[in-house]
Design a protein around this ligand. Structure first.
Ligand code: CAA
Length: 283
């Protein structure tokens, strides 16, 4: 199966990053979101990233225009009929993803693979919304997508070997390194990362250290590129909480209980960088 046109659902942080790497690797991209404003914001984030690469001499201006020229924004989901492969990166809410997969199943050609960038919803559960569960798979990109090398590839119970191979090859075409995780809560990346972040929040909650000291310990003591609290702000505290809830619900093991302080921040609307305030303040 030839993949020339990629459909991307969701023009937020993850969707726009996926659209950028796909267009940079030569694919035509149809970038969809529910409001024109979201599509425009996604496009300008991509344009900003590419402009930075031009300034640094890593990309020439003509290549930047060519990449942008390959991305077409739309608010009409029906346009996914032209896609050869779809990656869904919409809001991390089960009912939103279920609805989208039912519609994509209706709109897309029967041979088209429908991948989800979900960070925590079981792939089998999403696949069961469609009449093509063998062609539904997890394709989990890391934030920031243009920089991070990993794509976690998650076959569900019914996903075919052919779908797995095609998804793996597409991740490689994007210049990424795929790793396989099976369909259990949090897969591999978030099963390991989020309990660490949650524990950092507990350290803050129990007054073991300040936000700066907690992050300094992990940056300089463990060589992490950023501290866990700064990373939580980058991921989004609502997303962190949603993933902890998924681990807790999925395993029914108290070691995954979300820290009350994390919940309190989310309830206050302190979601991290995207709202200007999380564990740190952003202008
Ligand atoms: N978009 C695009 N490019 C970006 C970027 C962004 N949001 N942020 C940084 N970059 C680029 C910079 O332009 C720079 O590019 P060049 O090397 O070409 O100059 C490069 O990344 C390095 O950036 P900086 O020098 O500004 O800063 P840094 O060296 O501190 O790196 C970082 C920033 C890449 C974010 C680094 O701190 C890092 O790797 N942090 C950890 C990120 C991480 O763990 N991500 C996974 C989150 S978990 C997840 O995504 C899964 C989930 O489901 C929750």
């Amino acid at each position: 199966m030839k993949i020339e046109t990629l459909g991307v659902i969701g023009a937020g942080q993850m969707g726009s990053g996926i659209a950028q790497v796909a267009a940079a690797s030569g694919l035509a991209v149809i970038l969809n979101d529910i409001e024109q404003g979201f599509v425009d914001k996604g496009r300008s984030a991509i344009a900003g990233n590419l402009a930075r690469s031009v300034e640094k001499g890593k990309l020439d201006a003509a290549a930047k225009e060519a990449i942008l020229g390959r991305i077409r924004g739309t608010v009409r989901l029906e346009e996914m009929a032209a896609a050869d492969f779809v990656v869904e990166a919409a809001t991390e809410r089960q009912e939103i993803k279920f609805q989208l997969f039912r519609e994509l199943d209706r709109i897309c050609r029967p041979e088209v693979i429908l991948a989800s960038n979900t960070s925590s919803i079981p792939i089998g559960r999403i696949a069961s919304q469609t009449r093509r569960p063998d062609k539904v798979i997890g394709m989990h990109f890391m934030n920031p997508v243009p920089v991070m090398k990993l794509v976690e590839v998650i076959p569900g119970l019914a996903t075919s070997e052919e779908t797995l191979k095609a998804t793996w090859a597409l991740a490689e075409r994007f210049g990424k390194t795929p790793a396989r995780a099976n369909d259990y809560p949090g897969f591999i990346a978030n099963r390991i990362l989020l309990p660490m972040i949650n524990e950092a929040v507990y350290c803050l909650y129990h007054g073991v250290g300040t936000r700066e000291d907690i992050d300094t310990v992990m940056r300089l003591g463990m060589n992490h590129p950023m501290g866990p609290l700064a990373l939580a702000d980058l991921i989004g505290l609502d997303t962190c909480l949603a993933i902890m809830e998924t681990l807790y619900d999925g395993f029914k093991d108290s070691k995954y209980r979300p820290c009350p302080l994390l919940r309190k921040y989310v309830e206050a609307g302190w979601l991290g960088r995207k709202t200007g305030r999380g564990f740190y303040e952003y202008r």
